[in-house]
Every structure is written in C-alpha cells, then in structure tokens.
Ligand binder design. Structure first.
Ligand SMILES: [Zn+2]
Length: 214
C-alpha cells in the first residue's frame, strides 16, 4: 500500500526489455519556457522530475535511456531570435543523432475547468508503432484504479510528429485539478506514473517485436 489513498493497483511487475531497446525521454519546456504554471508550480520543473524517475524505472527494466533536456535549461542557443523554434530544432536534432527505438515526451495539462483530470496519451499519426505504444500506456492507466478513463489521440506536436521512430506525448495529469496538482508533486506518485508508463512501453514492445524461431 502506498498510503496515498488513491487506490492505485500496481499489479505484476513489468517484464524486462527483450533486447537492446533505446528510449529517449523528453522533458517538455525548460529555460525561457516554463510551460503551464498553476499556483506557483511550474510544468517544466515537474516534467523533468517525472522524466528522471521514469528514466530510472526504464533502466531498471533493461532499457537504454537518453534525455533531450537534462537540467532546467532549454536546448536553444541563448541569443536565438526564436528561442522556442531553436529549442525544438535542437531536440529533434538530438533525437536524430541518438536514433532511438522510441521517444516519449512528458508534459502536464491545464484547463479552465478545474474538475477535469487524468493522464492522456497522444501519438504521432504518421509513424508506425506510435499508436501501439500510446494505446498500451493508456490502457495500463485506465486499468490502474486511478480516476482516469481517456482515449488516445493523434497529435501534431512538432517533436512527436516529426520523430524518425515511434513517438508518444504523455500529458501526465492536469495542474489545474487540485487533486492532481498535489499528487504530481509527490515522489511516490511520480514513481506510480513511471511504473505504469514502463509497463505500457514494455507490453507494446513485446507485442511489436519480431518473434525469432531458431
Ligand atoms: Zn507542456
């Protein structure tokens, strides 16, 4: 029992990655761009915290993990005329160089109606395999006992849409929802998120992997 009173069911531990499997984690925003900000909590900071916990969880399951953003700074040249565009270009370039099997961009949501809550996965429409990963992660959450019941959707988010490999964007919850605003800051809840994302990723990975008979 995790003592959060959120009824999260963790179930069996996710399986080990079947073979070399390289995941790039992208902590959304950073530097000049703090992302959503609600009651003194910045999305960019929490995205990086969640990415670090997720990186550790994936590595424990045998995955190779790289990060686009490794600290509070964005990737753009400080004097770039358009910092946001330069930052996105640098992230895409880094992903191209790393040539991973999967990209996961971590974000947090915000909405005027503060009752709206729940994690939601988005996928690159044009890249084969993206929807499979998004669906497996979303199903993992929808079955977790957390108050989440959302469907996956395609996204035109630049980084994900132009990824050379399967790519998903995960909106890990709503900073505008008072309950999730509190939960998303808790290391224990970040571990729950990381666990379920990892379980979804590895479930999809095993399904899409070519079976070798020898
Ligand atoms: Zn964001």
């Amino acid at each position: 029992m995790l003592g959060l009173g959120i009824g999260a069911k963790l179930g069996a531990a996710p399986v080990i990655a079947p073979e070399e499997f390289h995941v790039v984690l992208d902590a959304g925003h950073g530097g000049h761009d703090g992302g959503a900000s609600v009651d003194g909590v910045n999305e960019a900071e929490l995205n990086l915290q969640i990415v670090n916990v997720l990186a550790q969880t994936l590595r424990q399951r045998g995955c190779t993990v790289s990060l686009t953003r490794v600290d509070a700074n964005s990737l753009n040249f400080p004097l770039a005329p358009n910092k946001k565009v330069d930052d996105m270009n640098k992230r895409r370039e880094k992903i191209r160089q790393l040539n991973p099997d999967l990209v996961i961009s971590i974000h947090l949501n915000a909405y005027p109606d503060r009752t709206v809550q729940g994690l939601q996965c988005f996928y690159a429409n044009e890249t084969p395999g993206s929807k499979d990963y998004a669906t497996a992660i979303q199903e993992q959450f929808n079955a977790s006992g957390l108050p989440i019941d959302k469907q996956v959707k395609p996204t035109d988010f630049n980084l994900v849409e132009h990824s050379p490999c399967p790519a998903v964007l995960i909106e890990c919850g709503f900073l505008t929802n008072p309950r999730e605003h509190q939960l998303l800051q808790l290391p224990t809840y970040q571990q729950i998120l990381a666990y379920h994302i990892t379980a979804g990723v590895l479930t999809a990975r095993h399904k899409t992997q070519t079976v070798r008979i020898c």
